[in-house]
Design a protein. Structure first.
Length: 361
């Protein structure tokens, strides 16, 4: 009888443990918001938080950081993870800035955590080893390659890791004249790769060069005619810091560009929405999508979840540091609505100075 009871108890315990293991596994997998805490750009005149220099995963339901995947403090004291994208089912691509040795690179970081990583790309021509080529933003191109903003230019890397140039120059290199502006190669803060292989970049410099520009050429910037359209920042003292693109679900080859603008003036932190025509290469219909200095201030990164329609916005300045806001986007009114009365993800060591975000499974 004792043996029968003991065996029954062991079966029950084993089933219980199995159930617990399944719950833990489910909690650490699936779709999550991946973030990098690096050298975030929060606009001119604002002070950014000191980053934790980590890559973390945030639970999409709770907003809690449920796993730290990579701690760059254990690798190099000057490494700063800047941007993050999904690479494959088990790995992330992480763009790494280094303001000391300028040995910039792209790492392949395991989604399973435990500081598992390898170097995906380390090319001193593409990721230039000089102080003025600060890498800030990385997006996936329509052809599977990567587009990287590095202050004075935007580089394109093919899916086979080769450099894609315009002549001998970077893919977007020193655009000037016409819609390009007069000096749009000092602080390219963000880039967008459109579904039809054209591109948009944001430039943060003094007026009139604080603007967002459409490169209407699938082969990159060659002449100022390639800058087919541009929009200036809504104020002379506000600067574009982050962008996301939302393709239209009803009209082919069109979409909505959301741009975060940050300023040392509290009344000039905005998120604007624009209409984009991918075919004609135009950015029009400037609309203030959201403004509330107590909610968004010194915005440093944005991400769009195409599955849920959520837009995530990170506050990187010390004014509203360590918070991530979640919004829904109304394409009819081109406005954003805050998902809750409190931040989606609040104060955390790992959300300090968020430099990049992406939603992936």
């Amino acid at each position: 009888m004792k043996n029968l009871l003991l065996n029954t108890l062991m079966v029950i315990l084993s089933l219980g443990l199995g159930a617990c293991e399944q719950q833990i596994e489910s909690a650490s997998t699936g779709r999550r918001l991946y973030i990098t805490s690096g050298s975030c750009y929060v606009g001119s005149g604002l002070t950014s938080e000191t980053p934790s220099r980590t890559v973390s995963a945030i639970h999409l339901e709770t907003g809690v950081v449920d796993e730290v995947l990579m701690d760059y403090n254990t690798v190099n004291s000057a490494d700063r993870p800047q941007s993050v994208l999904k690479s494959d089912d088990g790995n992330l691509l992480v763009l790494v800035e280094n303001g000391t040795s300028y040995a910039r690179r792209i790492d392949l970081v395991s989604m399973k955590g435990s500081n598992q990583f390898s170097t995906y790309l380390s090319d001193s021509t593409i990721l230039t080893n000089t102080n003025v080529h600060v890498v800030r933003n990385m997006v996936r191109a329509a052809d599977g390659g990567l587009l990287i903003a590095k202050s004075v230019a935007a580089e394109k890397i093919s899916s086979s890791k080769g450099r894609v140039t315009v002549g001998a120059n970077a893919f977007i290199n020193a655009p000037a004249g016409g819609s390009c502006g007069t000096a749009n190669n000092t602080l390219i803060s963000a880039v967008v790769a459109l579904p039809n292989s054209k591109y948009i970049f944001a430039h943060a410099a003094t007026t009139p060069n604080n603007r967002v520009v459409f490169i209407n050429n699938v082969n990159g910037y060659s002449t100022n005619a390639d800058c087919s359209s541009a929009v200036s920042a809504p104020a002379t003292t506000t600067f574009p810091t982050a962008m996301v693109y939302i393709p239209s679900t009803s009209t082919p080859n069109t979409g909505y560009l959301l741009v975060a603008y940050s300023s040392s003036t509290a009344a000039q932190d905005y998120i604007y929405a624009y209409d984009v025509n991918e075919t004609s290469g135009t950015i029009t219909g400037a609309t203030k999508a959201y403004e509330n200095a107590s909610v968004v201030r010194g915005m440093s990164a944005m991400a769009y979840d195409s599955q849920s329609g959520a837009v995530y916005v990170a506050n990187g300045a010390t004014v509203l540091a360590n918070s991530i806001e979640k919004f829904s986007f109304n394409s009819s009114t081109k406005t954003l609505t805050r998902a809750d009365s409190v931040p989606f993800s609040g104060t955390s060591l790992y959300t300090k100075c968020i430099s990049g975000m992406t939603v992936a499974d």
